[in-house]
Every structure is written in C-alpha cells, then in structure tokens.
Ligand binder design. Sequence first.
Ligand SMILES: Cc1ncc(COP(=O)(O)O)c(C=O)c1O
Length: 390
Amino acid sequence: MSATLHDLAWMQAAENEHQATLYAKRDIALVRGEGAYLFDSDGKRYLDAMSNYGVASLGHADPGFAAALTNQLGLLTTCHQSFYNDARAEFLDAIIGIAPAGITRAFLSNSGAEAIEAAIKFAIATTGRRKFVALKRAYHGRTLGALAVTHDPKYRGPFEPLFPEVTHIGANDLDALDAAIGDDTTAVILEPIQGEAGIFPLQDDFLQAVRRLTTERGAIFIADEIQSAFRTGAPWAISHAGVSPDIIVTAKAVANGFPIGVTLSTEAIGAGLPGGAHGSTFGGNPLACAAGTYTLKALDSRYASNAELGAEIVERILALNSPKIRAVRGRGLMMGVELKERVTPTLRALQDRGILVLPAGALVFRLLPPLIWEREQADELIDGLAAVLA
Ligand SMILES: Cc1ncc(COP(=O)(O)O)c(C=O)c1O
C-alpha cells in the first residue's frame, strides 16, 4: 500500500485491521509534538493536558532530552545488568538521591505493570506470606499479578481466579484496614492518589495508619506511584503524608516517554533478595537510564511551581461555577474534574477546541499535563473549559 506518513485514512485502516482489538480509538492521529502542544495529521494544534497518560513529563521534542538520548545511542544502547554501566550508575544515583529516607535499592524494568510484578514478588520473597490487602477502585496494571491487586471487575473478571489472594477494602476505611491486616498479610498496596479511578487522594491519617499497622504486623507497605510520582509538587505523593513506605513503584513520567519501570525498596528488602529470583533483559538499559537521568534533573527545579500552578488551576475551575461540575480533586498537576453527566461529550468538545484531556471512569476527566506547563497553558485550559462547561 502506498501512503504518505500523514494520511489519516491509511493510518486508521492499518491500525484497525492489524492491531489487536483492545483500545477504543479517538479519531485523530498525533504525529508531532512541541513543548506543551501536540499536532495531528492535518497540522491542527492541541494543548496537551494529558501527557500521554502521564508520561511526557518534559513535554514533546525537548532538545536536551533528544541530545541526551542521541549521545547515548552513539555510545551503548543495551547492556545486561550482569555488567556494570555508567549510564545505569548515574540513573541509580539520581533516583535514590530523591527517594524517601530508608529507600536505598532499585530494580529496573520496562513498564509500570512489570515494576508492580517485581514489588509483589519482592514482598512475597521477603515475608514468606501470600495474602495482599489492596483498595477498592485500585488500578495497578494488567499483567496477572498486577491484575490480582487491581479492583475493577471489568479488568479482572475474565481472568479469575488470580494470584496472589487479595482483600480489597474501602479507601480511607480505618476499621477495615485494621481488620484486614493480619499476621499472614504479605503487603498493603495502594496508590496515594487513585488515578484511573478518577483522582481520589487518600487521607493522610489513612496512609499513616497503613505505615503503623504494616510495621506492627510484619507486613510490607507498597506505594504505587506509577501515576502520581513527580506530579504533586514533590517527587513522591506519599511524602505529603509524612510517610515512607517499604517499596515505591514508579514508571510513566520518570523517563519522559522512554519505557522504564522502577521498583524502589528499603535495604532490608532490596539487599535480601535471592539471586535469580527476578530479572529483566531490557531493564536498566543505558538508553532508558540516560532518558531517566536527564528527566529527573530537569524536573528537579519544577516541583514548587507545579504545586502552585495545580492549586491555581483547581481554584479557577471551581470559580467557573459550572452547573455541570460535581467536584474538582487533585494535587499539583494531577487533577480530576467530576461531572454530573457522562464525560465523553466533554472530552469530544475539548478535543474539537484543541485541548486533549483523559477520561477516568464514566464521569471524570483527568488533567495530567506535562510538568513544564506555565500560566499561559493554564489560561488556555480555563478558557476552553469555560466554553465547554458553561
Ligand atoms: C497507578 C498505576 N499503576 C500501574 C499502572 C500500569 O502501568 P503500565 O501501563 O505502564 O503497565 C498504571 C497505568 O496507568 C497506573 O496508573
């Protein structure tokens, strides 16, 4: 078939005919990006308020990022973790340097779900126990272990029974938490801000209780920060509660779109794993590590301004006084707007106006912008929302 790169009909035919039928498609093709903006195959410009599901933390086509990757491509692309490597050593220094107190080890993989699988295995290997506690509305990924701790029956149903055994309790339910953690509990796993569910931040007292009860009862505390890390005005959303978990899992924003998964852990966990119990051929490859180091260094100066900008955006959305809005939630540049009606027409109307946001469930749209947004982008967003939600 002959086709130009920007022929939408050709791209639609190829993807619709050849891709496994798993994704509900939006009807545009994104072919280029520049900073906080994306461009479709007709050259139409969109404000990026989704960063490809929270991934493009530095926006698009960042020249320094391209240079860092190009430089690494000219040196070494792949290097198994049984050898030492400079790009990997630099990344490990950078990520452990911003980890909460007590987190000293990292296992490197290639995606969020893969990093969750490692966390589940590490918790089992460390405790010798096989029962997990997770939260209702939780989303931890779709590989089999990650699916077991995920809550939504829509994802789990066709694949049950799943391993490990999991009790799902209500978010912020202190009594249920106390009742669920026993002497045979491996770990409690949670997202400090539940993302896919519709941006529900957990309460500080609940996170503090998880820390206290897991410590008392010999269980491990796993924080899934695959979506929330780097977004909330600090590297880790859980730090706002003054809590340090035993394992933190992250991915998405760490390397600005280069696939990576990171399972961070305490010395007690990460230094006690039996050799060969887990591993990854691509994990910790020098390209991903160079991407990660560049990204973390660039994000370092953004946390305070992201926190302020996010708070301002939430206030300005509330000030719209839209009859369609039920609630606005979030922290920093991780925000959700819950509507009183289904969200699809709003997503469509925003897209038509040149603004891309994400759904989170039937009623919520999510704002996960690149972490380089300035007031100018916030103004554009608010103008668009004012028009669409009037
Ligand atoms: C909190 C959370 N955990 C796990 C995952 C799974 O990550 P991945 O899609 O990279 O496997 C996601 C992805 O959306 C997520 O938001």
